[in-house]
Ligand binder design. Structure first.
Ligand code: SIN
Length: 294
C-alpha cells in the first residue's frame, strides 16, 4: 500500500512505495487520487515510466489535452509537452522559458485545465524548481469582508502574463505564432471556485491569464487581482519543488498557482532539465469516497 507524507502544513504530499507503471487495483488508484486531491500537489519519487506509461497514468486524472504550442509536442505522444533548457541546433527541445511567472495552466481556455503532471527525466544539480502556492489557504485566510466581496465575481482571462506582456521577456508567456494567436479568445471564469472533488473554496488563477473583472473598472480590477496574488503567493503558502530524476509531480490547477524558476541554458549534463508534462481536463476516473463533495 502507498504511504502518504504531508509536505508542509497539509499542502503537498509525498507518496512513497508506489510503482505508477503497475498501478492496477481500484483501491490503489482511489488511495492515490484521495492523497492528491486532499493535498493539491503530489510528489511521487523514483518512478520509471515510458512516455506511453506516463500518458496512461495521467489519464487517471482526466482527459489529456495537447498544448497549444503544437510545434513542441512529443512526436509520438502529442499530449506530452517537453520542458527543457537543452538547445539543439540553436533551438530549445521543449518549453525553455515560458512558465516562469505565477499562473494556472489552461485558465485561458473555455474548459480550463484541471490537473497538470510532470515526469522528471533529467534534473539539474541546481535550480529548475517549480513553486506551488495553496489557493485554498489563500482563500480561507482572507478577511470575511474580502471573501464576501469576491465570492461571486467573474474574471476575464486570456493567454498571457498580465504582469509581463513583453514577448521577448523571460517572464512572459511563451510567444504564440500568428495562427496560435487566432485560436485563443477571451474567456470568463469565477474568481472563487468550489472544488468539484473536495468541495473546498479556492482563489482561481488570480495571476497570469487574469486581465479584468466583470463589472469593475480596469484599474480597480487589476488592483484587486494584484492584491489577491500578493496575498496568495506569500512565502508561507508556497511549496518549492527541487526535482530528482524519476519524480512524478502532479498539481491541481483548481486550487494552486505555480511558477517555474528561471535557469540558464544547459552547458553540460549536470545542469540539464527535461520534464515531460501533460495537462488534463474533465473528471478523474473515480472520485475518492473519502473526499466526496456532493
Ligand atoms: C508549467 O508551468 O506547466 C511548468 C512549470 C515548470 O516548468 O517548472
Amino acid at each position: 500500500m502507498i504511504a502518504v507524507h504531508g509536505l508542509s502544513g497539509g499542502f503537498g504530499a509525498e507518496v512513497l512505495d508506489a510503482d505508477l507503471a503497475a498501478l492496477e487495483s481500484e483501491a490503489a488508484i482511489e488511495a492515490l487520487l484521495a492523497a492528491f486531491f486532499a493535498h493539491q500537489v503530489m510528489v511521487v519519487p523514483k518512478q520509471s515510466l515510458t512516455p506511453g506509461g506516463f500518458a496512461r497514468f495521467a489519464r487517471l486524472f482526466g482527459r489529456p489535452q495537447p498544448h497549444i504550442l503544437h510545434h513542441l509536442r512529443h512526436p509520438e505522444h502529442p499530449e506530452i509537452l517537453p520542458l527543457s533548457n537543452v538547445f539543439e541546433d540553436g533551438k530549445p527541445i521543449g518549453v525553455y522559458d515560458g512558465a516562469a511567472y505565477w499562473h494556472t495552466d489552461m485558465s485561458y481556455e473555455e474548459e480550463p485545465g484541471r490537473v497538470t503532471l510532470v515526469y522528471s527525466i533529467q534534473a539539474p544539480a541546481q535550480g529548475g524548481e517549480t513553486c506551488f502556492a495553496d489557493m485554498c489557504r489563500a482563500y480561507d485566510t482572507l478577511p470575511e469582508t474580502t471573501r464576501r466581496r469576491i465570492d461571486d465575481l467573474t474574471v476575464l482571462h486570456h493567454y498571457g502574463n498580465r504582469a509581463d506582456l513583453e514577448e521577448s521577456s523571460r517572464t512572459s508567456a511563451s510567444p504564440l505564432s500568428e495562427d496560435q494567436k487566432k485560436q485563443v479568445t477571451k474567456v470568463y471564469h469565477p474568481l472563487v471556485r468550489r472544488h468539484p472533488v473536495t468541495g473546498r473554496k479556492a482563489l482561481y488563477a488570480v495571476a497570469g491569464s487574469s486581465f479584468g473583472i466583470v463589472g469593475l473598472p480596469d484599474d480597480e480590477a487589476i488592483a484587486l487581482l494584484d492584491d489577491l496574488k500578493a496575498h496568495a503567493t506569500q512565502e508561507d503558502f508556497v511549496y518549492r519543488h527541487r526535482y530528482q530524476v524519476g519524480d512524478v509531480v502532479a498539481w491541481d490547477n483548481f486550487s494552486t498557482l505555480h511558477a517555474a524558476t528561471l535557469i540558464p541554458p544547459a552547458s553540460g549534463p549536470r545542469d540539464t532539465r527535461l520534464l515531460h508534462r501533460i495537462s488534463v481536463k474533465g473528471e478523474p476516473v473515480l472520485r475518492p469516497r473519502t473526499l466526496l463533495a456532493n
